[in-house]
Design a protein around this ligand. Structure first.
Ligand code: GN1
Ligand code: MG
Length: 370
């Protein structure tokens, strides 16, 4: 279907004057749509939800509705109590004209429209310590906002998401396929990735064991707090919103903490091909943690703090494993432009994991001082 016809099925006023690809997500397809009328302009985000990943899109739309309602309520009472140092923002669902929260095209593809956070932008890599600190504040504040949200309000959109042992099992299963075996024997780099994983299988269980033992408990988490899902106000330079709410659900906030840091502390970015540039930046880590603790420090337990380092080491390992598994499996999950892209992404994450391991003492001392 013509995208502008599809856009017309949603409830936005004005004439559509531009509709263009937007952002750099690895899962959904995203477009920016600009509408104008005589007096004003509105910009909204049109997205095709990847059905291969999110098999039940109605779940993510219901969840998004509940999460934004909950946070909005809390933001309103905080503002009344004068507790905010800025206007925190959130994306909101724009309904289709038939009042459903999404529209289905003639090919069965599912589309939604959400508001754009205006005068704000996200970056693919951290811009420096001040930016990292703002990212920390935004994630910490988001955890605070959802901390008292009843978990039964949301349905798990992706069972097994951030359960590293499950990814290991999936990887082992893929390795049994002849095509995967072929890819593995034909590349030194793939062999090195397999060795890297084999040497760290125990690491995969660190947070899961702590959860089973009752040291860590599930709370509401974002699920995907990488640097380009954190909006920074262009006017003030302050963090203003967490976007991409598709994976908000009960989980360990450690997964968010580790995921944000693996993204923010790697200024070379996820697609770097020169691996010598991939280094875990401790200054960015310190700044992020300061911002995070300012907002979330009050509700972290001693045990929560104990496992922060493990989460920083685990999340690049987990994402590297996911990229590598997808490479061996024919690139069916993450969007790719070349067949080797997921292999390279895996190598970047593993390199980052090594860089974290070599800085363990110093990272732990940063965390202790928080
Ligand atoms: C995916 O779609 P995007 O780019 O926000 C992935 C995350 C990964 C990220 C790596 C649902 O997020 O888990 O960390 O790529 N999202 C899902 O760039 O799998
Ligand atoms: Mg996402």
């Amino acid at each position: 279907m013509d995208l502008s016809v599809l856009m017309g099925r949603f409830n936005v006023n004005g004439r559509l004057v531009a509709l263009q690809p937007f952002g750099s997500g690895n899962i959904n397809d995203t477009y920016l749509a600009i509408f104008r009328n005589t007096f004003t302009e509105s910009q909204v985000i049109l997205q095709r939800i990847n059905r291969n990943v999110f098999q039940r899109p109605e779940i993510i739309m219901d969840n998004m509705h509940h999460v934004t309602m909950h946070c909005h309520e809390k933001l309103r009472s905080d503002a009344q109590a004068g507790r905010d140092d800025r206007v925190w923002q959130m994306p909101r669902i724009i309904k289709a004209r038939d009042s459903r929260s999404y529209a289905v095209d003639e090919r069965g593809e599912v589309w939604r429209v959400i508001t754009r956070i205006m005068s704000a932008r996200a970056f693919d890599v951290a811009q420096g310590p001040e930016h990292a600190l703002e990212c920390g504040s935004v994630l910490g504040h988001f955890h605070y906002l959802v901390s008292d949200m009843p978990p039964e309000r949301v349905e798990n959109p992706l069972p097994g998401f951030h359960v590293t042992s499950g990814y290991l099992a999936g990887y082992d299963a893929v390795l049994e396929k002849p095509e995967a075996k072929e890819l593995l024997v034909s590349s030194m780099e793939a062999k090195r990735c397999a060795k890297f994983i084999a040497e760290r299988r125990d690491l995969a269980l660190c947070l899961e064991k702590a959860e089973r033992g009752g040291e860590l408990v599930k709370r509401m988490f974002h699920g995907d707090p990488k640097v380009n899902n954190i909006m920074i106000d262009e006017v003030t330079g302050k963090g203003t919103a967490m976007i991409d709410l598709d994976t908000v659900s009960p989980g360990l906030i450690h997964a968010d903490f580790g995921d944000a840091l693996r993204s923010i502390c790697n200024p070379a970015g996820e697609e770097e091909t020169n691996l010598s540039k991939v280094v875990f930046d401790e200054d960015l880590c310190t700044a992020f943690c300061r911002g995070y603790m300012r907002e979330a420090g009050a509700f972290l337990t001693e045990a929560d703090r104990e496992y922060l380092y493990d989460s920083i080491r685990l999340l690049p390992f987990e994402l590297g494993l996911r990229f590598f598994q997808d490479y061996l499996n024919g690139n069916v999950y993450f969007k790719t432009k070349t067949p080797e892209q997921n292999l390279n992404r895996a190598r970047v994450q593993f390199r980052l994991c090594e860089s974290i391991e070599s800085r363990e003492r110093s990272i732990r001392s940063v965390l202790r001082r928080l």
